[in-house]
Design a protein. Sequence first.
Lengths: 851, 95
Amino acid sequence: MRRRRPLDSLDDDIRDHIERETRDNIERGMPPEEARHAALRKFGNITRVKEDTREVWRRVWLEQLLQDMRYGFRMLRRNPGFAAVVILTLALGIGMNTAVFSVVNAVLLRPLTCPHPERLVWIGDYDPNIKRDAVELADFCYWREHARSYTGMAAYGPQQGAMVTAKDAEQVSGVAIAGDFWSLTGARPALGRLFGPREQDTVVIAWDLFEREFAADEHAIGESVAVDGRSVTITGVLPKNFRFQFPMWWQSVEPRPVEAYFPLPAKDIAMGRTGTAVASLKAGVRAARAMAELDMLEKRAQEGRSPHFRGPATGLRIEPLADQLTGAARPALLVLLAAGAFVLLIAVLNIANALLARATVRRREIAIRAAVGAGRTRVVRQLLVESVVLALIGGAAALALARSALAILIRLSPNAIPRLQETSIDGVVLAFTLAVSIGTGILFGSGPALALWRSNLYDALKDGARTSTGAAGIGLRGSLVAGELALAIVLLIGAGLMLKSFWRMHAHPPGFAPENILTMEIPLSGAQYLEKPAQEAYIRELLRRVEAAPGVEAAGVSTWFLFEGVPFPSDTSPNQQHVIRLNAVSPGYLKALGIRLLKGRWLGEMDSGGNAVLLNESMARQAFGAVDPISRQISTTGKAIVVDVVTNLKYSQLDADPPAEIYMPYRQAPFLPGASVAVRTAGDALAMAPAIRKLISGIDPTQPVFNVKSLEQALSDSIAPRRFNLFLLGTFGAAALMLALVGTYGVIAYSVAERTREIGVRMALGAQRHEVVRMVVRDGMAMALAGMAAGLACAWGLTHLIASLLYDVKANDPATFAAVAASLTAIAMLACWVPALQAARVDPMVALRYE
Amino acid sequence: MFGPAHGHAIVKAIESNSEDVLQVEQGSLYPALHRLIKRGWISAEEGLSENNRQAKYYRLTARGRKQLQVETAKWEKLARAIACILKPAGEEARQ
């Protein structure tokens, strides 16, 4: 209060001042009336003096901001329609960015949920046969024993198991672990305890499994369950929130989340099993030093042992675990971030355009405010604050939109991106949205503010009701729209290329109907299936029952192995060895999938005792080159005779060429560790799934039937990351298209409205209606085509950035470019045509009287 | 000149002491005065004017007087410097 006191008598002070000046003037001989006017003139703008004086004492900045915001809200309430359109546009633009950023935040920015995530490293050695990293577990044990750079090392590998509980038999998705897995991941048991490093035949289960199979009954802890026919003891349960990110390729082996943690069997290590290794560096130890030590240890390990199962590790390397786990998702996410920014930019241009049009209407209001004493900076700031208020409301709506969009995304494709399910709107995302909203507001508000800054406000008052901005204003808005179209076409070409990739992936041979094929898996585990006769008997019974079921057209089983050290007849040098994919199938399997015979004869039941095999096209080409392989020999598990060649078919992975395969009768296979079943049904495969599943479960209830899917689903799952990218980029493209369309229409319609007089004059002077239409369309299209040409040039330079996301389509695919350009031209044409028709309906008499 | 004075008198003093060179909008004096009050260089007090009306009188504080000396010295130094720069130029121009 004390600080305000000097202001209390300001009004008196000023009045006193003017009276004194008036008196002086009268003394100088002026008439009283004139004396007072002269005094007032000399004093200047009283309101402004008062305001300026008050500003000395106030926290002016904040107070004016609040005042501006109140005023902004009032302006919005006065134009609810306009405000709603702007807020919706912003919600869309900012919401998309918020959603993508939330994913980026969860996947790339947020540290892994373990103690000291920054110290965790991946130890990998690329294995070209399985096309991914693997380390031999025997090596791992040696490293772990001798290395000094690490606080701990852990190895793990996927491990499924058929768990038979009192409730039912279930194929659980699990992981076999060794070393310091628990301490590295920071696991703490919710119940019971975590098994120790030397314990075998134990299991720690996830909370979900505990609830589902054991009804969350604590008595289950310490009990034994049968897993693959062995008895294992449940030592503990992990809490519900325990998370550890396993490599993404696991999804293709087992898409379900890991729910059981087994100790790695000691005999697996001795047998040369490979796995995945992670380690935690000691504080202050650099990766390079740790790597040098690892190389040294590996050399020493090699000297000690021979012969090797896998050969020495040659490409051993260390990299941050977070990079290894999420690195593959990075390019796509960055592309999506950029695409989101594009959509937002288009939205900003649209809004700036609308505000520019409105600014011309508001010029009088603003001129009056300036005349009564608002400084130019003050008015400009007021306009910016108004824009930011709009943007903040839009940002709040965007948050709501992003929340539901994320929920949908996660439900649609939970496994498309590692850690996607950890996505949430946290403080970082909120800060991002706030910053983007404010930045956006300033960006679209600065257009009208700048226009105002440059314009002469006194003209606006003199001008009366005339609100034309003239050619310059239309030119500015035209170039904004051209920019919008340029951005939109870049996005649409990106989306178009991905759509075409998608289409190329689904280019199935005629007659292949994956929606009519049901697939499922049976592990064939347990003591009763250790011998081949028992395995064969089970499969025979399975085929008998399924083939007899109504609605089944063909059925078969398959189980495949990688077989190493095979020479090909086409080899040019001796001692060449290849890894082949050997697929043991029943006769009906290929027919059920729809694989067609190219030459030779089908494998029949009579081949079961012989040594006949089938090649697919790729394998025939690789192994025999141009030579006709029929009746020739190839070595597999033994010498075999090729009896036919069949078509390649993508039946497991849509975005890769079918692997080269050799098919052999399943009875020739050395053992049958499980079976993939394929059933071709007369109608929709999924409708028959429950019946067939029940039929198979009935053979032996201890054998879980899992991964029951139509082939269509399975294929679709195989490209989940691509579908995710396409879905998002497609949505962005559609949004961009819509915004650009609205923007173009808006500018043309506005320019037509402004040119009503001119059009009236033209028509009065004899211009025909179609000439008016042509004029408006020509002007609009000139602007649109300029923007699109610029956009096409940008796209030509930018699309190589998404080359890694495409399949079987070149980044500069001319067909896609042409198709997108043609459709956007058509759409822009439409956006020009509608206002042009309105222009043609102008009545010259009305138009001339207008204003 | 630095005794208590009301706003109008200060404006008049500026105008006449500057030989009418400095003709400012009189109103702009008031924000300036209040800035000085805020910094504690002058103080304002209520008083009765010659015609028995309430008027506000502004006077220099001790701190203001010290600041005035600092600013005056600064200004004189600057003015002298500028004069020195301009003087030879002016003489050359006259030749």
